[in-house]
Ligand binder design. Structure first.
Ligand code: TXA
Ligand code: MG
Length: 319
């Protein structure tokens, strides 16, 4: 049985005992354990069936805790932290000796963020260690944005999910690091490229063509429903090619009429990208339970949060 509760002290006690919990953050729910305890971190990899080459993000509650996890903080990244923390920004920093190899998959850098969700903050302030937490989904599956998503994924294999309500941002954190003295965006997320550039000036975007991706969350197939998802610039054309199928349509702000459509999710009829991002994964979870033959997703406008949404839809549609 997986308990869904708002009792943060109970959650903190499980963490102190080396157990895992489902943790709400402003982006998605995390599967959290003591980042300094190798055995606890092993449980995260096992429960998620995550390949060991894919490192975890470490979550801290206060700025002072940076020195527990990182050996130094380059000035340009510190500037971003000061501006965006607590919030959905993850920084790649030189790791400290406290961080077990398994957390960073042996890499010299550790991914760190300070979540803004009040319940994540509450738990982090009750414990005296940082939390390693990947998104609380089995490897490759849709990220969870509600406590029920987490409980449904792990059932009896996870004892507790803290219920912090639906996630406000709904896209995973933006990942930023430094390469050759230059700021690099490794994963699009809730903090957009435009927001980063406003604070930091120039920021390069890591492209898929670059070899040896630093962030394997950049793995091509990811965030995927089990129903085949087709991402398109032209919904009607895509529908026309599907013959006699049962299709669910996922779109930003417009709706479509076509005989094969059995369900339609318009993420923000008002055309608000933030609202659309916060509803994206929940809509995919719902569409995925409807026994459809296909999900057809309408590509978003590319700027601002549209970049992160399209990135997730592209990975969800990869074969
Ligand atoms: O919003 C988020 O970031 C959520 C919440 C729970 O905080 N977490 C999350 O974790 O999305 P996960 O494991 O699903 O994605 C973490 C990404 C992966 O793509 C991983 O490869 C990358 O961060 N990453 C972690 N440590 C890294 C490191 N040392 N170097 C490069 N990439 C790293
Ligand atoms: Mg994930």
């Amino acid at each position: 049985m997986c308990l869904i509760t708002r009792n943060s002290e109970f959650a903190a006690e499980l963490l102190r005992q080396g157990e895992l919990i489902g943790l709400p953050t402003e982006t998605v729910y995390g599967l959290a354990g003591n980042a300094l305890d190798e055995a606890a971190v092993r449980k995260i990899f096992a429960l998620k069936q995550r390949p060991s080459f894919n490192p975890l993000i470490v979550h801290i509650g206060r700025f002072e805790d940076l020195k527990i996890v990182a050996s130094e903080v380059p000035f340009s990244l510190e500037k971003l932290a000061k501006h965006f923390w607590p919030g959905p920004l993850t920084l790649l920093l030189p790791r400290s000796a406290n961080i077990p190899d398994i957390v960073t998959a042996g890499k010299p850098l550790v991914a760190v963020r300070m979540p803004a969700h009040p319940m994540a903050q509450e738990v982090l302030h009750r414990i005296d260690f940082p939390l390693a937490a990947p998104s609380a989904n089995p490897f490759g599956a849709i990220s969870p944005t509600r406590a029920e998503h987490v409980a449904r994924y792990f059932r009896g294999n996870l004892s507790l999910v803290l219920d912090g309500g639906p996630c406000r941002s709904g896209l995973e954190s933006t990942i930023v690091g430094i390469d050759n003295g230059e700021l690099v965006l490794y994963r699009h997320g809730s903090i957009t490229l435009e927001m980063l550039r406003e604070i930091a000036g120039s920021v390069r975007v890591h492209t898929r063509e670059e070899t040896a991706p630093q962030a394997p969350g950049m793995l091509l197939k990811h965030y995927a429903p089990s129903t085949r998802l087709i991402l398109t610039d032209n919904v009607y054309e895509a529908l026309g090619e599907l013959g006699q199928s049962k299709v669910g349509v996922l779109s930003f702000n417009r709706s479509y009429e076509h005989p094969v459509i059995v369900c339609q999710m318009v993420l923000s009829p008002a055309g608000n990208l933030q609202e659309a991002a916060s509803r994206l994964y929940d809509a995919l979870h719902q569409l995925d339970t409807m026994q459809l033959d296909y999900i057809v997703a309408d590509r978003f406008p590319e700027g601002e949060l549209g970049a992160g949404i399209n990135d997730r839809l592209e990975r969800a549609s990869a074969q």
